[in-house]
Design a protein around this ligand. Structure first.
Ligand code: CU
Length: 536
């Protein structure tokens, strides 16, 4: 996912030079695609220890899955220069596989000897095992040893799935031994090959203010989450929710240190870490707390937490949210701006009882995950219900008014390349501002603050309208100081509508009891002519 526009942030907040250097370094760090992972039919994974980082500066002793050796660049999906699979990461590497595959997953146990055995569960899949020793739930790898799982992915499979340790789960999952499996369906319905994404490039090419010569790249893994015409999507993100109680991690670290060098299986060479009472203070999206989750994928500051949480989208796009609850708590995660229509849970499509050809998943206000549960849902944003016209600018003609022709559902979808594609026509030309610029006449109830006021923050493009062209024509409330064309408000910079996506358990949007933090991120809705580039 694309990193935040830090350039705007520093110019508006005039941070200390030393911090600007740090931010500049972040800008040069590679950040890549939407739902990255490793692909193939044979995976060599390891379970091992490393320290994960928190935005309060804490380094937390953790366990995670990783790659025994770095896979070839061709194993990464989407293809991303600079992508890596370290020997330990949280969450574990996302395994991107195809329906009908038979997977061979060999796990090497590189945890400290005192940690004992470890394993992987693949809930919902038929699994055969070889090597290892018998455990309570599956075959396990002894310290220094291996176990091999042969996982059959049904030809009809699709969607998002979890994997996690099946050994002493109260400790090992808490320590970080979990990850995701994405199954690409065996057949993609023809209806899914059009969609909003296909027309974005056309919309961008006709805009006088698009990034010259740069058109949007397709960062999807597929065009549908399942082999079903109602499972098409235009963009995708993977969110894995978890939490950590650092007291447990500290106890594990102290005992591992005290027992360093002991012989696995010998008397006394084992951990006795209490996992109750449980008092989590870190709440994670893809292994990171806010604001770290808004930084780059594979950012060098997070060598063991490579995945971010930073969604961007255009109006009307069907955005596939792949969501997994990986910890022990329920997380009532709220996607602001619309409900999420659930396609399937744990890889099972939710079909209508009366029409088995139709989907009947609920539209959820919060995508609440119970432990271990995965769900796939569709989110989109159009501006419907705002009661004013957020599309009120025309990038091709500063004085012409964009047409809005309502389809049967009330949206402007007749011209798929229109900049105001998916505008809710009932609000077309409805004024927001008392003294506006652009297409929409004055008379609205709102006097927006001067865009030069720093307190509005980096997100405000100087305009109440979507799009870089709106930013160009934005002026201060005095009408004398145009904020556009500055570093803070470059028309080529991102000036989308920002929505908080966060846990509705408000304790979970803190980091070690400090707000804001934890399980929170910002979603940006960008006008279509702005190129969402997941590759940097
Ligand atoms: Cu909310």
């Amino acid at each position: 996912m694309r990193a935040m526009n830090m350039k705007t942030l520093i110019s508006k907040t005039q941070l200390l030079p030393v911090l600007m250097v740090a931010v500049a370094l972040l800008l040069t760090a590679p950040a890549y695609a939407a739902a990255p992972g490793i692909t193939g039919t044979s995976f060599s994974l390891t379970a091992g220890p490393a320290f994960s980082s928190q935005p309060d500066g804490a380094l937390i002793y953790s366990w995670g899955y990783g790659c025994t050796t770095a896979p070839p660049a061709s194993a990464f999906l989407p293809a991303m220069p600079g992508a890596n699979c370290p020997t330990m990461q949280i969450p574990g590497p996302t395994l991107i596989v195809h329906a009908g595959d038979i997977l061979t997953v060999t796990l090497t146990n590189n945890l400290p000897p005192a940690a004992g055995n470890t394993s992987i569960l693949f809930p919902g899949f038929a699994v055969a095992t070889s090597d290892g020793v018998g455990g309570l739930l599956t075959q396990e790898a002894v310290p220094g040893g291996t176990v091999t799982y042969t996982v059959t992915v049904p030809a009809t499979a699709g969607g998002t799935h979890s994997y996690y340790s099946g050994t002493q789960g109260d400790l090992q999952v808490e320590m970080g031994l979990y990850g995701a499996i994405i199954v690409i369906p065996s057949a993609i319905p023809a209806a899914c090959n059009g969609g909003v994404h296909a027309s974005n490039a056309t919309a961008q090419s006709i805009s006088s203010l698009a990034h010259p010569g740069v058109l949007e790249t397709d960062f999807r893994l597929a065009h549908a989450a399942y082999n079903h015409a109602e499972a098409c999507y235009d963009r995708e993100y993977l969110f894995q929710f978890s939490e950590m109680d650092p007291i447990i991690h500290r106890a594990a670290e102290e005992q591992v240190t005290a027992l360093s060098g002991c012989t696995a299986g010998a008397p006394g060479c084992s951990l006795n870490v209490p996992t109750e009472p449980y008092h989590a203070v870190y709440f994670l999206i893809n292994g990171r707390s806010m604001p770290d989750d808004m930084d780059s994928n594979y950012g060098f500051a997070y060598p063991h937490q490579p995945y971010n949480g930073n969604p961007h989208l255009h109006p009307g796009e069907l955005v596939l949210l792949r969501i997994i609850g990986q910890g022990r708590m329920q997380h009532p995660f709220h996607e602001h701006g619309n409900h999420v229509r659930i396609l399937g849970r744990d890889g099972n499509l939710l079909l209508s009882a009366t029409d088995p050809n139709s989907l009947a998943g609920p539209a959820l206000f919060t995508t609440t995950t119970t432990p271990g549960m995965a769900m796939d849902g569709i989110f989109y944003w159009t501006g419907r219900g705002l009661n004013w016209d957020p599309y009120g600018h025309n990038p091709l003609n500063a004085t012409a008014t964009l047409p809005c022709v309502a389809d049967g559902n009330g949206y402007n979808t007749g011209a798929p390349t229109a900049i105001n594609y998916f505008e809710w026509c009932a609000d077309h030309n409805k004024a927001l501002e008392a003294a506006p610029f652009g297409d929409v006449a004055g008379g609205g109830p709102v006097s927006l603050p001067d865009p030069n006021i720093m307190a509005l923050g980096a997100w405000y493009g100087g305009s109440a309208y979507l799009g870089p062209n709106a930013t160009v024509r934005a002026v201060g409330s005095t009408g004398t100081i145009p904020p556009s064309g500055t570093v803070a408000n470059s028309p080529t910079g991102e000036a989308g509508f920002a929505f908080m996506l966060h846990s509705h358990n408000e304790r979970e949007i803190t980091t070690n009891n400090i707000f804001p933090g934890g399980m929170m991120m910002i979603m940006l809705v960008d006008s279509r002519e702005f190129v969402i580039d997941e590759s940097k």
